[in-house]
Design a protein around this ligand. Structure first.
Ligand code: ATP
Ligand code: FE
Length: 333
């Protein structure tokens, strides 16, 4: 089955096609992303402009994805689109487009959760079978989920302030390293001395599994004002951020008794983070190339997982939601 996946949750128009084989194996056939550039001049994403850009681009991104996959639209056997969380106006564009395609073709439609998409972006690298721990580190989330059973997500920790990617972006901007901040910091860090500026690892000694990045941001601001080199700021911040992410995740894996950890979301592209996780002795699974930051293929992969698990498709009445927690609350006693 060829599954179309669409993500328009923020400022990327993503359309991908995934092939789900009879034996359950998944293969990305196409993954096209149009990253909006209009927002750069405002220093942040402008929701209304994001919606309009999705409307203008989605048809052509869809055409590119089908061409890359070497398919006709009628070859598609299912459609998945992100319904939340994200910017409602932006989400609606991809959601309505996906529903339209599904209805026209008379194929099943799946409303996908954006974070489930990020997690299943790793499904091309290894079979994602519960139990495992999932760390989603992106521009808006730093969430640690225990997945005791497929489709069940128990939130074991989350950021108390900024998301990890947000901290990379803000510190990059402060240091004049450009946007997006993640890759910029990562590159600058190679030329810096991580010991030049003191970055205290956040929440040391905590019993729980939360994250915090605001202290690192303040430390970066103070050091910047005191004249620290951008490369040194980048190196020191990156090391502290990687340490807190890895140590907290390792402790959570031990507490939950999990040997497998899925690390996904834009920050999972970070080289230092990948190297540090490789040293932990855990089985760590990352998304493949082009699947870390927002894209359509990861949504098709979430759809493939739903189909493989025999989950019933959604209805065309599915609507977009800005706030949509993935965690399944514990059953009442
Ligand atoms: P969310 O999924 O929480 O709604 P988002 O979709 O905006 O947020 P993603 O597209 O998953 O986020 O990730 C974007 C973030 O990833 C940005 O903050 C960016 O700086 C960060 N990022 C990208 N590449 C790297 C990298 N190599 N190192 C660190 N961070 C990175
Ligand atoms: Fe995302």
């Amino acid at each position: 089955t060829f599954i179309l996946g669409i993500d328009t949750s923020c400022d990327d128009t993503g359309v991908g096609v995934v092939e789900l084989a009879a034996n359950g194996q998944v293969h990305v056939r196409a993954n096209r992303v149009w990253s909006q550039t209009v927002h750069a001049q405002y220093g942040g994403v402008m929701p209304e402009l994001a919606s309009r850009e999705h409307v203008e681009r989605i048809d052509s991104v869809m055409g590119q994805a089908l061409a890359e996959a070497g398919l006709n639209v009628t070859d598609l056997g299912a459609v998945a689109a992100t319904s939340g969380p994200g910017l409602v106006g932006a989400l609606l564009v991809g959601l309505m487009y996906g529903k339209g395609v599904a209805q026209a073709l008379d194929v099943p439609f799946y409303a996908a959760h954006h974070l489930e998409g990020h997690i299943f972006a790793a499904a091309t690298e290894a079979e994602l079978r519960a139990p495992y721990l999932a760390l989603v580190v992106s521009g808006g989330h730093t969430h640690l989920f225990d997945v005791p059973q497929d489709g069940e997500y128990v939130l074991v920790g989350a950021t108390r302030d900024d998301a990890a990617g947000e901290a990379f972006d803000k510190i990059a901007r402060l240091a004049g390293l450009g946007y997006p901040g993640g890759p910029a910091i990562s590159e600058a860090a190679l030329l810096g001395n991580p010991d030049a500026v003191a970055f205290k690892e956040p929440l040391q000694g905590q019993k729980g599994f939360d994250f915090s990045f605001s202290g690192l941001k303040t430390a970066a601001l103070l050091a910047h004002k005191a004249g620290a080199r951008p490369e040194d700021l980048a190196a020191g911040f990156e090391r502290a951020a990687v340490r807190t992410l890895v140590r907290t995740t390792v402790r959570a894996a031990q507490a939950c008794g999990r040997q497998t950890v899925v690390v996904s979301g834009g920050v999972a592209a970070n080289r230092a983070l990948r190297e540090a996780f490789a040293q932990t002795g855990l089985r760590v699974v990352f998304p493949g190339k082009g699947l870390n930051t927002d894209n359509g293929a990861m949504i098709a992969l979430a759809g493939a997982a739903a189909i493989a698990a025999g989950r019933p498709p959604g209805t065309l009445g599915e609507s977009a939601t800005a706030y949509a927690p993935l965690a399944t609350p514990p059953a009442p006693p």
